[in-house]
Design a protein around this ligand. Structure first.
Ligand code: 5AD
Ligand code: SF4
Length: 471
């Protein structure tokens, strides 16, 4: 791939920023007040990060932000397509905007974007059945948002930009972050893996990496602005640096970020087990700023199903990897994603998943019932298992994991951890340990956004509680 096919040109970014200025002129004519935008994000941190970039554009167009759609002049939903449930929620919430728009604000601009909109059949449904939606664009058009909004304002008509193209990286737009101490830092976009159940490669396009200089410059800026935690984001961070050839792999990038000055911690997601190298584990172990948490989605414990899923590893490969990781980092917490009820999965296959879960002893699990996604290979596979049976397996898996998590938690009582304090509610602080475990401790609001030492005094099934330690 040629770099001009990967990156949006500097001239194009400048052109879009000029559209921000033009849009802000039209907006000031339309509204007699500072226009307010309500942005709601569905789905993963990648989407949260995209929303921060779109909020940066909205801010440049003169918007301030509000917490309720009822107060908004512009409502933007950044949508997720990963499961049917996520899509159903979006449709429900878009439906709920209609009476608000009719009763409160006829001028309300409704914008739908993100993964769901990149699918033709969804955009078509919006076009046909949701006539009050004004602007629709997919993930590939994010950098054209200013131009699209300007066109909507000037021409006063509905705009759809959902064509299939190669997704490109756009640098140089401002980013609007809601929290300064916890930051998302995208390092790559897209995915080349085509796991047979997954819609992501279709709606987010081919894998492409940001250049190290851009990432390091953003990391430095974040640290200078008070970031205490930086989470590196990508669908498959382990293949960072391949397209374009960045002369640096993911481990190298981590080492460079780790070497930056400042008291901050590094997290990353998501790692694909097939590309998770021993070098990466060694890098995690040797970089003092990298936290002791590895999110490593296994999806299933049966080799037959893993093959059908096109995952590129066996259950044994996965177990070996976890063993190596625990050897190098005895205090490591491994978390995972598991799909229950993949087409053709049998009880025997599912038992292998339970077995793997018991052997790895994850600190926590994200469990999903398989959801067919139009256009993926798995959606065309025969799926004879009853939804009721899948539901039972799902509950069984959650039960097994709950027991493991409870044992993990009990073993932590009496131990002291450094935690980043994230929030305060009624005199109770919520902190996150290196292992990404949440702990509640009584304490003062002024500690939010700082590191504190906490001692675990009590372990419930889901939550830890404790007290501030002296260290
Ligand atoms: N059905 C259910 N779960 C899915 N995931 C991705 N696609 C699907 C699907 N079609 C899950 C995977 C992935 C996580 C982000 O979402 O477990 O790791
Ligand atoms: Fe989907 Fe697989 Fe890519 Fe993850 S690695 S985004 S599950 S295709």
């Amino acid at each position: 791939m040629n770099t001009k096919d990967i990156f949006v040109s500097v001239q194009e970014v400048a052109r879009q920023r000029e559209y921000c200025r033009l849009a802000s002129e039209l907006l000031s004519r339309r509204f007699d007040h500072t226009p307010k935008a309500y942005v709601h994000t569905y789905g993963c941190q990648g989407n949260v990060s995209d929303s921060e970039r779109m909020k940066g554009m909205l801010h440049e167009m003169g918007f301030s932000f509000c917490e309720q759609p009822e107060q908004a002049d512009l409502v933007l939903f950044n949508t997720c397509a990963v499961r049917e449930h996520a899509e159903a929620r979006v449709f429900g919430n878009v439906g709920a905007l209609k009476p608000i728009k009719e009763a409160k604000n006829h001028n309300m601009i409704i914008v739908l974007c993100g993964c769901m909109m990149q699918q033709e059949h969804i955009a078509e449904k919006i076009r046909r059945s949701y006539s009050y939606v004004n602007l629709v664009f997919g993930t590939f058009a994010v950098h054209r948002f200013p131009e699209l909004l300007y066109r909507h304002l000037r021409e006063n008509k509905r705009i759809f930009d959902v064509k299939e193209e190669d997704g490109k990286i756009a640098e140089g737009f401002p980013v609007w972050r809601d929290r300064s101490f916890k930051a998302w830092l995208p390092i790559m976009y897209g995915c080349n893996n085509f796991c047979s159940y997954c819609i992501v490669p279709y709606v987010r396009g081919r894998e492409r990496s940001r250049l190290p200089d851009q990432i390091l410059a953003e990391a430095k800026e974040l640290i200078a602005n008070g970031a205490k935690e930086i989470t590196l984001l990508g669908q498959n961070v382990n293949s960072y640096g391949k397209t374009p050839d960045c002369g640096l792999n993911f481990s190298g990038l981590i080492r460079q970020i780790n070497a930056l000055d400042g008291d901050f911690i590094i997290r990353f997601m998501t790692s694909h087990p097939k590309d998770c190298s021993v070098e990466l584990l060694q890098t995690m172990a040797s970089c003092e700023k990298v936290e002791r948490h590895l999110h490593l989605p296994v999806q299933c414990g049966s080799d037959r199903v893993l093959r059908e899923m096109n995952r590129g590893y066996t259950a044994d490969d996965y177990l070996r990897l976890c063993k190596k990781a625990y050897e190098l980092m005895p205090d490591l917490a491994i978390t995972s994603d598991i799909i229950v009820g993949f087409p053709g999965e049998t009880r025997e296959d599912f038992d292998k998943t339970l077995d793997l879960v018991r052997r790895v002893r994850f600190s926590s699990l994200f469990t999903f019932i398989y959801s067919p996604r139009k256009g993926t290979r798995a959606a065309a596979m025969p799926d004879p298992i009853d939804a009721k049976v899948k539901g039972e397996w799902f509950r069984e898996l959650c039960f097994v994991q709950e027991e493991i998590a409870a044992e993990h938690s009990k073993a932590l009582v009496g131990k002291t951890f450094r935690a980043l304090i994230e929030s305060e509610n009624d005199g109770v602080l919520t902190g996150r340990t290196s292992q990404n475990l949440c702990i509640g401790v009584p304490g003062d609001q002024s500690l939010v956004g700082t590191f504190a030492y906490v001692t675990v005094t009590n372990a419930g099934n889901w939550t830890l509680s404790g007290k501030l330690a002296d260290e």
